[in-house]
Design a protein around this ligand. Sequence first.
Ligand code: 0RA
Length: 647
Amino acid sequence: MTSSYSADQIQVLEGLEPVRKRPGMYIGSTGPRGLHHLVYEVIDNSVDEALAGHCSHIEVDLNADGSVTVTDDGRGIPIDIHPTTGKSALETVMTVLHAGGKFGGGGYKVSGGLHGVGISVVNALSEWVEVTVWRDKQEHIQRFERGIPVTELQVKPLKVPRTGTSVSFKPDTQIFITTGIEFDYTTLTGRIRELAYLNAGVRITFSDLRLELLKNNEPRVETYHYNGGIKEYVAYMNRDKQPLHEEIIYVSGERNGVQVEAALQWCTDAFTDNLLGFANNIRTIDGGTHLEGLKAVLTRTMNTFARKRNKLKDNEPNLGGENIREGLTAVISVKVPDPEFEGQTKTKLGNTEVRGIVDSLIGEVLTEYLGFNTAVADAILDKAIQAFRAAEAARRARDLVRRKSVLESSPLPGKLADCSSRDPAESEIFIVEGDSAGGSAKQGRDRQFQAILPLRGKILNIEKTDDAKIYKNAEIQALITALGLGIRGDEFDSTQLRYHRIVIMTDADVDGAHIRTLLLTFFYRYQRSLVDQGYIYIACPPLYKVERGRNHYYCYSERELTNLVQNEFPANANYTIQRFKGLGEMMPTQLWETTMNPQSRTLKRVEIEDAAEADRIFTILMGDRVAPRREFIETYGSKLDLMDLDI
Ligand code: 0RA
């Protein structure tokens, strides 16, 4: 390091020290989510360059050493010396908090909310960063360690002229202490696919070059490139459903500096809505003014049409918004110059002006479209009217249930082995498959805080069943009363919940996976907040017991078994392997030790990051169309690989 950097160093420390002190303030957490945000932040910079029209290809590499490289073919981060700081623009962007925006130069700095904190935050939280800029027929490289420049900008002539930026970084294990720095393939590709859909025409290549994931010596390389943008996104989400109308309705426009883009398609075989909102490329999980605008304009426009086309009589009430949205898949993406993100997780768009802009822009286009395509308008209206009648019938069924008080006052199910504790916060319930596993679990548990509910065989498929039948089903009634759930569709009251950990414990085979899916579907469709608020867990029983001499080991995956036998044991070791075919085969003490004891078990909390993907999975697994379901199960086998199961 040259002496001329010592003055800068102090400045740099002042600049980025708060980030290292309180990383959570900048990236949300130092868990897996925060870790992945580092990658998103770097990609977002390249996406901005693409949106400005200067870059067509972005490459993301997960390197074998645990670092990540993001390369683009844009103009390259400027390297000229800033007159006041005396540092290059590149170094300024890398070492000064929020310095990125200054170089934005018009257009949208689309990032916001969770990201958009600037690439300097990535620099601060990385063990090292290396930036390469190709521009002005030269290659410029600078290296940083924990936010501090450790080399000057090194310049070499470029033999083959090119332009662009490449940022490599390795997250700092001193920052990501608890969960480490391993990136998740599905999480990253999910976001990259989303970005490619949201930014039509941008090509993003993803390569996983990590040694342990090499399959048949081939790295996993995936390219995401959608010229149709969010229209293709809707087609992708609906690919296993029956569209009600072929053409996807598409709206795009700009008003008062706010860009609006929406794509909509209704399906005949879907009974929920699936609305995805984005603001400045950030998924707004908690909605906000753009979604409010979309819902309002849909309800108003469709009711106007219903009267115009005599589908509703003068004395009949308006169709409800939820009736109109039944079976609708929609993506709305807005770009707001000055986004406000609200709520605890900053995933709700707050800008009030957006509501009216979305409403008026979409209203104009939709009215014109439906006026020209009356067959489409009629099909959507007929479905909405059907939905309205079904909702009326369901409401009557619910009222009946409520009057009879089946749920509220019914005794706890006989097969429930309840725990002694009455404090839901410390209580757990294990939902197990069959009486045999139930028996082992009952004997193995700690009855103070662990309850066991054995289910007989497969539970009812809630996806295909109407409300009246649901309440009559014995297994579902047992679940509802044991857990203390209310009536479907009612506001979720977490104070009524009898256990704060609801653990699905099924066999590690195809049947077990199916039952787990049925249960997850039940929770997801019946009381989605149970999933969203993190009450649902999956138990991880071992697959193998290995005995060698007086020692025994439990292995929870094939990989663990191979590793144990090949790497931990001497070459000529004598050992036996027992494969557990079901939980019922385990001794109660074994089940306790490996799967139920909080001191030694692993529980996975079910987290559904991508509601759209979850929705699609449940539709495939539970819906009527057999072909995609078979294909899905053949592809993914017993692991629900696409769902993000985190911790
Ligand atoms: C500001 C100005 C210019 C380019 C960029 C930023 C830029 C930043 C990043 C970050 C990753 N990739 C990037 N590509 C470009 C343009 C300056 C000019 O040439 O006029």
